[in-house]
Design a protein around this ligand. Structure first.
Ligand code: SAJ
Length: 420
């Protein structure tokens, strides 16, 4: 069967949904973007964007102008529906543990169900625990008993369902959407075939077919791999602090070995993916996922270690002034969400250790939580002039360019190794 995708709906117009919708539209597909946020819809329909991502504004502006992308609150009939909504974590009802919150996926399923038609393709792009795509199929079935779905009727089903996880790096989304290989996890071979046909519209990388469950696990595995490897680097950095060894030099040396490639230690692991996704594996298999859980704990404990180092350094001065360089969760972005740097500055501000200065070249004012705690927000140069303790929390390009003579007389805690 050869499917034709003339009209595609994207449910959830966030960091993944909006660029995906815009790229489909730029290839001539009629795209309907659906979101529950009226302000986001208005912004997009006026040709602007509500998130920060290089070049996305230009693409959205273009496709809204040509009428190829239109945003709305209510789903409309389409050939394919692509779900890109958040899958956050929540406390388990009994408390004490965490579990993935699939309520946004369920709500998306309930919103598209009324307009589904025989022959449609539904794709889940949201990062999901293993089994979520089968649940999606069952939720759609519950709303539309008149149609058949693959969890029940397999290849013969009226609707095709697949999991195709997004794997793009924030900051490089437009390039990576097109260039990266794509894992296509259909609930049946026919579901995969339809999904490959859809992604072929703009994906230049390989589209690799597997099952929905393997695709779900592949995405979680990629981010857990990175988390576990960063935990190894972070554990090494704490061992080296105790043993008075420069961890950066150590890693450079060890990485000379042809089969060793240690990642970079840091102040902790932030962002919405690597610090979250491993928990999806742990919550499915708590008894087996011991290393993955331990890596999460090690990375989550790293900010505490840095706070201790900063306090110890400050205590050596009569009037400590601590300049904290960076608030974002990684280099050269303005994203402060789930940022270990922010967590460290916030915790230091709760102590009476001394004056706390924050420097973040990618934002124009402090987030309210820090402003309330009398953290001083200064440009880099002024902060360095005032401080006797400098804590490097993010490896922004501006910090890498610091003239060493400015910091020679200060106590420096370099969590990112920018000074080697
Ligand atoms: N970090 C370190 N040391 C390192 C590398 C990173 O401490 O050696 C820290 C960063 O500073 C940051 C955190 O880890 O706080 C995560 O940053 P990242 O750049 O590794 O990843 P994200 O969260 O921006 O995006 C990841 C990517 N996944 C992988 O690289 C395996 C991206 O491809 C995924 O699409 C994204 O998660 C996602 O959506 O899951």
């Amino acid at each position: 069967m050869h499917m034709q995708f003339k009209r595609v709906s994207v449910i959830g117009l966030g960091y993944i949904g909006l660029p995906t919708a815009a790229v489909f539209a730029s290839r001539g597909i009629d795209v309907i973007g659906v979101d529950i946020n009226q302000r986001a819809i208005d912004t997009i329909n006026s040709g602007s964007i509500h998130i920060v991502e290089p070049d996305l504004d230009i693409v959205v502006h273009g496709v809204v102008n040509t009428g190829k992308l239109r945003a709305t609150l209510t789903p409309e009939p389409s050939d394919a529906f692509l779900i890109a909504v958040p899958t956050p974590f929540r406390e388990t009802p009994e408390g004490g543990s965490r579990e993935p919150d699939l309520s946004y996926i369920q709500a998306a399923a309930e919103s598209i169900a009324p307009v589904l038609e025989k022959g449609n393709l539904v794709i889940l792009e949201s990062t999901s625990p293993v089994g979520a795509t089968e649940k999606l199929s069952a939720w759609l079935q519950r709303e539309r008993p008149d149609l058949t779905f693959p969890h029940d009727k397999g290849e013969a089903a009226d609707i095709r369902v697949a999991h195709c996880p997004e794997r793009v790096l924030p900051g490089c989304v437009l390039q990576e959407l097109v260039a990266n290989d794509r894992i296509i996890g259909g609930m049946t071979p026919a579901c995969s075939e339809a999904a490959v046909e859809l992604y072929r519209i703009f994906v230049k990388g390989d589209c690799i077919v597997t099952t929905a469950r393997t695709a779900e696990m592949a995405k979680l595995t990629e981010n857990s791999f990175r988390d576990v490897n960063i935990a190894f680097a972070n554990e090494l950095s704490m061992i080296c602090d105790r043993l008075k060894i420069n961890v950066w030099e150590l890693i450079r040396l060890a990485n000379r070995h042809p089969r060793v490639n240690i990642l970079n230690p840091g102040p902790g692991v932030g962002g919405h993916c690597i610090a979250v996704d491993p928990w999806f594996i742990v919550s499915s298999c708590p008894e087996e996922a011991r290393l993955i859980a331990q890596a999460r704990n090690i990375n989550d404990a790293k900010p505490e270690h840095v706070i201790g180092q900063a306090m110890a350094a400050a205590n050596a001065f009569k009037e400590p002034v601590i300049a904290c360089l960076g608030l974002a969760f990684k280099a050269n972005i303005d994203d402060l969400r789930e940022s270990p740097a922010l967590q460290i500055v916030d915790a230091l501000a709760d102590t009476d250790v001394g004056e706390i200065i924050a420097v973040e070249p990618n934002i124009s004012e402090l987030p309210p939580a820090l402003a309330e705690k009398s953290v001083t927000f200064l440009p880099l140069q002024q902060a360095l002039e005032r401080a006797n303790v400098v804590v490097v929390l993010v490896d922004h390009q501006e910090f890498k360019a610091i003239d060493r003579s400015y910091i020679a007389a200060k106590v420096v805690i370099d969590t990112r190794g920018i000074f080697g």
